[in-house]
Design a protein around this ligand. Structure first.
Ligand SMILES: [Zn+2]
Length: 204
């Protein structure tokens, strides 16, 4: 009985850290990501383990969705909004662009504004904090593989949450796809998303 209650407590902590896990549909999605939100394995199938070199913080479950691409591939804004954070380059993880979207969503008892973060990318050189971007617009390019937190494949790590620090407070981006929760949606210029929907950050 004691063991059972300890196990249950462990579970509750895990669930609190990943409050909503929708996951991407393998059959309905336009594009299946190479690593999904909440996964305990990385895109290569090994155990997920990231230690932040500055803070020492360790994550054992994947707090975003990885879209594997060729190095130098175009990275698209996943949602319409305003650029609020821009890192040109980082020796461990590459650059990032964070967009404050126009998406409002329930998070427990309160309503939050969604921020989306594209990580492991080279932001477009003319992009500035404060710029407004439209979903599907090119915001940068993927980095080559090899950095500690990029690993062996070029990819965009798409994370989402109620603030610009989406690696600390996060939610499953799969909640917000244009075609519905769990259905990863590719950008289609002939059928763009509304301001309250997201699309994949890579072309497909
Ligand atoms: Zn990732």
């Amino acid at each position: 009985m004691l063991a059972l209650s300890l196990w249950a407590a462990g579970c509750a902590m895990t669930d609190a850290k990943f409050p909503v896990v929708v996951g991407a549909s393998i059959t309905k999605s336009d594009l299946v990501p190479c690593s999904d939100y909440g996964s305990a394995t990385n895109y290569a199938g090994g155990p997920y383990y990231i230690r932040d070199p500055e803070t020492g913080r360790v994550a054992r479950r994947h707090e975003g969705i990885d879209f594997c691409t060729a190095p130098g591939a175009e990275v698209l804004a996943a949602a319409t909004g305003t650029v609020v954070q821009l890192v040109r380059e980082d020796p461990h993880r590459g650059g990032r662009v964070t967009i404050r979207t126009r998406i409002r969503y329930p998070d427990g008892a309160i309503t939050q504004t969604l921020f989306v973060d594209a990580l492991h990318i080279k932001p477009r050189e003319d992009l500035r904090v404060g710029d407004d971007v439209v979903a599907g617009q090119v915001i940068g390019h993927t980095e080559p593989p090899g950095k500690l937190q990029i690993g062996s494949r070029s990819h965009v790590h798409l994370s989402a949450g109620p603030g610009p620090w989406t690696w600390i407070t996060h939610t499953d981006p799969n909640r917000f796809w244009q075609k519905g929760a769990g259905i990863v949606t590719c950008f289609d210029a002939g059928n763009p998303p509304t301001d309250t929907q997201i699309v994949a950050p890579v072309r497909c």
